[in-house]
Every structure is written in structure tokens, then in C-alpha cells.
Design a protein around this ligand. Structure first.
Ligand code: UDP
Length: 247
């Protein structure tokens, strides 16, 4: 969170720097089955973010000592392409990407029926091609769709969404300038049906009251985002049925 008090993020009409209202999400589009060699895949465009997710598995976990005899392990790897941001990002893992990979792996483990696949691993590659703030929640949302598109049994879909504080106001889904110059960002991962929180991080400070307001905005947006996830998956199964019908 930056502190540039001279930058106005909300105008006199209550609109944000990109013209959105405080409760408005950026446009979201999800497509499944974009990669031929992956078991499942998804491409998400969320505002200016463009993220590709490839899922491989379940397959026997390797090296063997990483196996869990009771359940599958989910190995999510979040990676930002060097060209995904304005200032070239040094290729390879860094502390930030290792942290994001870890919290996304844990969030997804709550959604997948991991107990059905002892000793297995499921790889989830999250490749950020264009970053514009909120890549971890967009990546998580797409990863969940990619896992479902691989036919992996799941209890629920995970929806990622963030809210935060800019110019003293609680707003949904921070954009790039809001992320840079705002006061707080609260990314969350929520199981769509149960409402269970499976990822929560916070950058900056919120009062208890502001936190409640932010979670309220997130929970309301989760329904809208889950609808987009389900439409993407429904499209997949409609086209499968058409293919079968044409045989
Ligand atoms: N960012 C960047 N270079 C980096 C890391 C991040 O330009 O090495 C930008 C990128 O647009 C990212 C935003 O900063 O989306 C916010 O990053 P943050 O760590 O808050 O994660 P995110 O909001 O993407 O989950």
C-alpha cells in the first residue's frame, strides 16, 4: 500500500478512478479447456489481468517421500511472466510467488476431495501473463474452474475476491492504482456453497467495522463470480454433449 495523499482515488460523484462504483467488480471472463495437453485448463480475464491455469493429475506423487498415504497433495505454482508487469519481473520464483503458491494450494485443498486419491499429487500451474492487481484471487478463481474441468471430484468451487480501503472508503476488487495508493487490501478465498473462508490475507489496516463491511462486499460478489465459473463449466459440458451427439 502506498501513501500518495495527492492522488484522488474516488471523485466527487463517488466513482472510482476507472469509473466503477464502490461495489462494482471489474469485468470477468472465464474459458475452459484452452490447452490440449493438460488434464484441465482455464483462462481468466479479470479487469486487466490475464491468467492461464493448467491442471495435471491426480498422478502418483513424486518424489515418493512427499506422498501422503491418506490424501492427494495439491501443488499450486503461481508464476508471473517477466512481461506481465510494467517493470520487467525477474523470472523465477521469489518470496512473493512462493507465498502465493502456498496459500492457493491450501485453499484448493479444501475444495478438492483429496481423500479420494491417497499418495497422489495434483499440479496446478498458474501463469500470470498480464498483471493488474488481484492476480492471486483471479488465479485462485480460475484454478478452481480448471480443476473442475479436469473432472477432479470437488466439494465446492473456490471463489477468490478482494475488497479494500481507498480514500477512506471500503470498495470491492481493487484496481492497480487503488492497490498501489490505497490504504488496505483484503484478498479472500471462499467456498461458494458453504461460504467457508479458505484464504485470507491483509495488506494495510482496517478497523473491525471496516473489515465487516469489506467481507460483506466480498460475500455478495462471490455469488456473481461463482455464476461466471459455473457458466464457463456449463459451456464445457454443453460442447462435450454436442461432440458426443455428432459421433
Ligand atoms: N506487481 C508488479 N511486480 C511484481 C509484483 C506485483 O508490478 O513483482 C503488481 C501486479 O500488477 C500485481 C500488483 O502489483 O497484480 C499487486 O500485487 P500483490 O502482491 O498485491 O498481489 P495481487 O494483488 O496481484 O494478488
Amino acid at each position: 500500500m502506498g501513501t500518495a495523499s495527492d492522488i484522488k482515488l474516488i471523485d466527487e460523484n463517488g466513482l472510482r478512478i476507472d469509473g466503477r462504483s464502490p461495489t462494482e467488480l471489474r469485468p470477468i471472463k472465464i474459458e475452459t479447456d484452452v490447452l490440449d495437453r493438460a488434464d484441465g485448463s482455464a483462462f481468466i480475464e479479470w479487469g486487466g489481468n490475464k491468467i492461464l491455469v493448467a491442471v495435471y493429475g491426480p498422478r502418483e506423487a513424486y518424489p515418493k517421500h512427499t506422498q501422503d498415504i491418506e490424501k492427494a497433495i495439491i501443488k499450486a505454482r503461481y508464476n508471473m511472466a517477466a512481461f506481465s508487469v510494467d517493470e520487467r519481473k525477474r523470472p523465477g520464483p521469489d518470496r512473493r510467488s512462493i507465498e502465493i503458491s502456498k496459500v492457493i494450494s491450501e485453499a484448493l485443498s479444501n475444495a478438492v476431495m483429496v481423500e479420494q486419491f491417497p499418495r497422489a499429487q495434483i499440479d496446478v500451474f498458474i501463469e500470470v501473463l498480464q498483471a493488474d492487481a488481484g492476480t492471486r484471487i483471479a488465479g485462485l478463481t480460475a484454478a478452481s474452474v480448471a480443476l473442475a474441468s479436469a473432472g477432479i471430484p470437488m466439494r465446492d468451487l473456490v471463489v477468490g475476491c478482494a475488497a479494500g480501503k481507498v480514500d477512506g472508503q471500503i470498495v470491492l476488487d481493487l484496481g492497480k492504482e487503488e492497490d498501489n495508493f490505497g490504504e488496505a487490501d483484503l484478498p479472500m478465498g471462499i467456498l461458494a456453497k458453504s461460504g467457508k473462508v479458505v484464504l485470507m490475507q491483509m495488506d494495510g489496516d482496517l478497523s473491525a467495522e471496516e473489515f465487516d463491511k469489506a467481507t460483506e462486499l466480498i460475500l455478495d460478489a462471490v455469488k456473481r463470480i461463482n455464476e461466471i465459473q459455473r457458466e464457463a463449466l456449463a459451456g464445457k459440458f454443453v460442447s462435450l454433449a454436442l461432440e458426443r451427439g455428432g459421433e
